[in-house]
Design a binder for this molecule. Structure first.
Ligand SMILES: CC(C)(COP(=O)(O)OP(=O)(O)OC[C@H]1O[C@@H](n2cnc3c(N)ncnc32)[C@H](O)[C@@H]1OP(=O)(O)O)[C@@H](O)C(=O)NCCC(=O)NCCS
Length: 218
């Protein structure tokens, strides 16, 4: 399939078209029992969430049909480091496995590099195998586990380092970060994001465990 990538504003694609595509793309996840927020996303929520970001679309070169989308937002983590948050990655079922998401990611990377980002962050359900493979194939490393109250699954946190880093380019360090996060999350959060019994025993609010993470989820 021949496709071209553009920024949303360079096209006639509407927010409604994109949200429709996202719903279609996540249909199989819903059938799998995974309640991604993307499946229930409204146009208003999407507009608000992407207002400060850059939205890319993939169009069929011949028919201009919308085949895929991805958004990137430049943010700062809790250490003041600039990073790009990659979200709303959704490819039409008939256009999957043809390199579209990987190409969209490259466009997102260019934008965030220009903005001085040191890494790209993303997350997905631990059961979403194709999404996990897509992240690993494109150079992301799994560095954490989390659970959001708005979903019904544990999520992996992914980081793709754009600027060389002794820590984050080390597989060993990423494994350590993941293991630490895994243990804390499993002890303190249930799959639905609510606190475990053990966590509820501790009244003192702990500083957010995430290294980067903010309140992100797809
Ligand atoms: C996950 C998703 C974004 C991947 O998009 P895509 O355009 O199909 O991905 P690409 O063609 O760029 O694939 C890149 C790599 O990802 C992996 N991959 C993609 N789809 C896969 C699948 N169904 N099974 C196993 N691995 C898969 C492969 O390693 C692939 O490389 P390869 O084809 O050379 O082996 C797409 O399947 C999708 O939109 N799924 C539903 C919504 C979703 O899960 N979004 C992501 C949420 S974070």
């Amino acid at each position: 399939m021949n496709f071209i990538l553009k920024r949303k504003e360079e096209t006639n694609v509407s927010y409604e078209d994109i949200v429709h595509l996202i719903h279609k793309s996540f249909e199989d996840r819903l059938k799998q029992g995974l309640k991604f927020t993307c499946s229930f996303l409204t146009v208003e929520e999407y507009k608000k969430d992407t207002a400060k970001g850059t939205v890319f679309v993939a169009l069929d070169k011949d028919t201009q049909e919308l085949l895929g989308t991805a958004t990137v937002n430049v943010k700062k983590d809790i250490y003041g480091v600039t990073y790009g948050y990659n979200e709303y990655v959704a490819i039409a079922p008939k256009a999957q496995r043809q390199g579209i998401a990987s190409q969209l990611l490259k466009e997102c990377e260019k934008i965030v590099k220009e903005a001085g980002a040191e890494y790209i962050f993303s997350d997905t359900a631990v059961e979403a195998k194709s999404s996990i493979q897509y992240h690993l194939k494109n150079g992301f490393k799994i560095i954490g586990l989390h659970s959001y109250p708005s979903t019904n699954y544990y999520s992996y946190f992914f980081r793709k380092q754009l600027v060389p880093s002794k820590k984050w380019n080390s597989n060993l360090y990423c494994k350590y970060a993941f293991l630490k996060s895994y243990i804390i999350t499993k002890l303190t959060l249930r799959k639905d994001g609510h606190k475990t019994f053990l966590a509820s025993l501790f009244k003192k609010k702990k500083k957010k465990e995430s290294i980067i993470y903010g309140n992100s989820h797809s």
